[in-house]
Write a protein that binds this ligand. Structure first.
Ligand code: ATP
Ligand code: MG
Length: 232
C-alpha cells in the first residue's frame, strides 16, 4: 500500500472577474508516495503547494481527480470518517501555525486529544513532544509570548501528538533561525528513520537534502528536482 496516491488531481477556483473563465490550478497532478518515504515539495509562490497539502490532509474537499491517503479514498469517506482519519493518522503543520491564542503551549499541543477520539496518556506525551522540540520550559506560555520559531515548534509537537503514520508540513522551517531549523530537520530525519511518511513543502535546500525525494511543483505539474537529475 502506498501512503499517498494522487490521480489527475485538479483544483478549480472561480473566475477572477464575473463572466471570466474558472482558474485551474493544476493540469492534473500524479503522485505516488510510498510508506516511509520523506518527500519534499518545492515550487514558487502561488503554484498551489499549500492547497495540495490541504487536499491530501482532507481539509479541502473541493477537487477533481482521485486522492488516496493511507489506503483510504478520501472522496468516499463521510465527514466523520474523514475527521477520524485526520485526527488519528495525519499530523498537519500549517504554514500559519493555527495556534489558539487563549491556550498555553501545552494546551495547544493537546488539542488533538480534545477534538479527536482521545489520545492515550495525552498529557505525558504532550510534555514529551514539547521537550522534543526544545520547549519543555514553555509549556505554560501562550502563543503571544512565544517567538515565531517557538510557535512553529509548538505546532510541530501538536502534529505529532497522536503519533500519526503520516506527517504533512507546510514550510516547517520558514520562520526559524538556522540552528533551530537544523533541530527540526534532525527531528524529521529521526521520524523518517522510525518509519513515518513525510510530505513537506519547503523552500529550504537543507530540508530537501534530508528528504528521500524532491519534487518541484511548476506549470501545474510535479517534476523531479532538476538539481538531482543524472545524479542517481
Ligand atoms: N479561495 C480561493 N479562491 C481563489 N483563488 C485561491 C483561493 N485560495 C487560493 N487561491 C489561489 O490558488 C493559488 C495557490 O495558492 P497556495 O496558497 O496553495 O500557493 P502556495 O504554493 O502555497 O504559495 P506560497 O509559496 O506563497 O505559500 C494562488 O494563486 C491563490 O491565489
Ligand atoms: Mg503556501
Amino acid at each position: 500500500m502506498s501512503a499517498i496516491e494522487l490521480r489527475a488531481l485538479r483544483k478549480r477556483y472561480p473566475p477572477r472577474e464575473p463572466g471570466g473563465a474558472p482558474q485551474d490550478l493544476w493540469r492534473g497532478l500524479e503522485l505516488t508516495v510510498g510508506e516511509g518515504e520523506f518527500v519534499a515539495i518545492e515550487g514558487q509562490s502561488g503554484t498551489g503547494k499549500s492547497t495540495l497539502l490541504h487536499v491530501v490532509g482532507g481539509l479541502d474537499r473541493a477537487y477533481e481527480g482521485e486522492v488516496l491517503v493511507l489506503g483510504e479514498r478520501l472522496r468516499g469517506l463521510s465527514d466523520a470518517r474523514l475527521a477520524a482519519l485526520r485526527h488519528a493518522r495525519i499530523g498537519f503543520v500549517f504554514q500559519s501555525f493555527n495556534l489558539l491564542a487563549e491556550l498555553t503551549a501545552l494546551e495547544n499541543v493537546l488539542l488533538p486529544d480534545y477534538f479527536g477520539d482521545g489520545v492515550p496518556d495525552a498529557e505525558r506525551r504532550a510534555r514529551e513532544g514539547l521537550a522534543r522540540v526544545g520547549l519543555a520550559d514553555k509549556a505554560s506560555s501562550r502563543p503571544m509570548a512565544l517567538s515565531g520559531g517557538e510557535r512553529q515548534r509548538v505546532a510541530i509537537a501538536r502534529a505529532l501528538l497522536s503519533r500519526p503514520p503520516l506527517l504533512l508540513a507546510d514550510e516547517p522551517t520558514g520562520n526559524l533561525d538556522a540552528r533551530t531549523g537544523e533541530g527540526i530537520i534532525d527531528l524529521f530525519r529521526e521520524l523518517h528513520r522510525d518509519g513515518m511518511t513525510l510530505l513537506v513543502v519547503t523552500h529550504e535546500v537543507r530540508v530537501s537534502r534530508a528528504a528521500s525525494r524532491v519534487l518541484v511543483l511548476r506549470e501545474g505539474a510535479l517534476f523531479p528536482d532538476p538539481r538531482l537529475e543524472g545524479s542517481a
